[in-house]
Design a protein around this ligand. Structure first.
Ligand code: CO
Ligand code: CO
Length: 367
């Protein structure tokens, strides 16, 4: 049995147990996981429909038919053309399924959901993530290998940024473009998300992207970036200082390193995800910075940058071998500066192992 057939069987077994008759997946990470093919979700419905038993039905717009035939693990079964529209082909595709309970991929476009509801007027609809996260959360050795490669690329890139990129007097956006150029040179298929370069007071805004602010001597600069290899993502954050760090910056950075280390040490099989968050938060709170750590400790990562398991208070999910997620504590002092350090870890039998290995120390960049 090939990898995709195995994933299909596992999904169908989960559907059986949960009483789901049909799972419908549109373009995106779930489709890529289940078929090896995906595309941007655009206006034309492209739907993989998996009944609880038997072969998938694949509704494909004519202009994608050859591509799906060549790349996807399952052939297009119902092809529709622009002049016909998808309605008749979709009705044909679901004929005879007796689908009463339908689970749809969480990111499926509203227009596709409404078409499905028209084609299956008696069915009740729910989200497919409870099923699909079960499959995707634990990474196989093959998936991990791609994630290790993606992590190694950002590690090497960070070292090259320290050696080669000028920070002083340049805008955050210019630094981000240099950094992305290096990541692509190092062999990434693409960036995993919009690179974040936050300098000076902007570093205290956890979701600042990269703007037109020019970096000055004495600025903290947070670099948060990731790339893709074979569809799988990396995500890393390092904080540097342009010029000399102040004692306060060194203190906050030391607390962050200690908190991050504590998070990695806490994560192991059987530990609830929220325990990792508590461990990290405990270190930061005891150091007196608790109110400035304003986000969750981490997120799962794989085909998507943010996926299950979320490392957050309220998530009792027991960690298991093969789960991959970020440990990324941050302290943000409004109007002054912020510091964050992020590594991706994989849970193994003996504990969590970092995929990122480049230095985490506070680096003073002289240019
Ligand atoms: Co990140
Ligand atoms: Co992250």
């Amino acid at each position: 049995m090939n990898m995709f057939e195995e994933r299909l069987r596992k999904l169908q077994a989960l559907m059986e147990v949960s009483g789901v008759d049909l799972t419908v997946v549109g373009p995106g990470a779930d489709m890529l996981y289940l078929t090896g093919f995906s595309d941007e979700a655009r206006e034309r419905p492209l739907l993989l429909m998996i009944p609880v038993e038997g072969a998938p039905r694949f509704l494909v717009p004519e202009l994608y038919a050859h591509q799906v035939e060549e790349v996807a693990a399952f052939p297009p079964t119902h092809v529709w053309s622009d002049s016909q529209g998808p309605e008749a082909a979709l009705r044909e595709a679901v004929r005879g399924l007796e689908a009463e309970r339908v689970a749809v991929d969480d990111d499926l476009a509203a227009r596709a959901v409404l078409l499905l509801q028209d084609a299956l007027p008696r069915a009740s609809f729910s989200l497919a993530s409870p099923l699909l996260k079960e499959l995707r959360m634990r990474k196989s050795p093959g998936e991990l290998e791609l994630m290790e490669r993606a992590a190694a690329i950002v590690d090497r890139s960070f070292l090259r940024v320290l050696e080669n990129v000028t920070f002083f007097g340049r805008t955050e956006r210019e630094v981000a473009r240099d950094l992305e150029g290096i990541v692509l040179e190092e062999g990434a298929a693409g960036m995993a998300f919009e690179t974040l370069v936050a300098s000076g007071p902007n570093s205290a805004l956890p979701h600042h992207r990269a703007g037109e602010r020019r970096i000055e001597f004495g600025d903290v600069v947070i670099l948060d970036f990731g790339c893709r290899v074979g569809g799988y993502c990396s995500d890393i954050t390092r904080t540097v200082v342009c010029g000399e760090p102040t004692p306060r910056m060194r203190e906050v950075h030391r607390v962050i390193l200690e908190a991050q280390e504590e998070g990695v040490r806490t994560a192991r099989p059987g530990i609830p995800a929220q325990e990792v968050d508590r461990a990290v938060r405990g270190v930061i709170s005891r150091a007196g910075f608790g109110e400035w750590f304003v986000h969750r400790t981490g997120h799962g990562i794989g085909l998507e940058v943010h996926e299950e398991p979320y490392i957050v208070e309220g998530n009792p999910l027991s960690l298991e071998e093969g789960m991959t997620f970020s440990v990324e504590p941050g302290i943000y002092l409004p109007g002054a500066f912020g510091i964050r350090v992020e590594d991706i870890v994989v849970v193994e039998s003996g504990g969590a192992r970092r995929l990122n290995r480049c230095p985490r120390e506070l680096v003073a960049v002289a240019r």
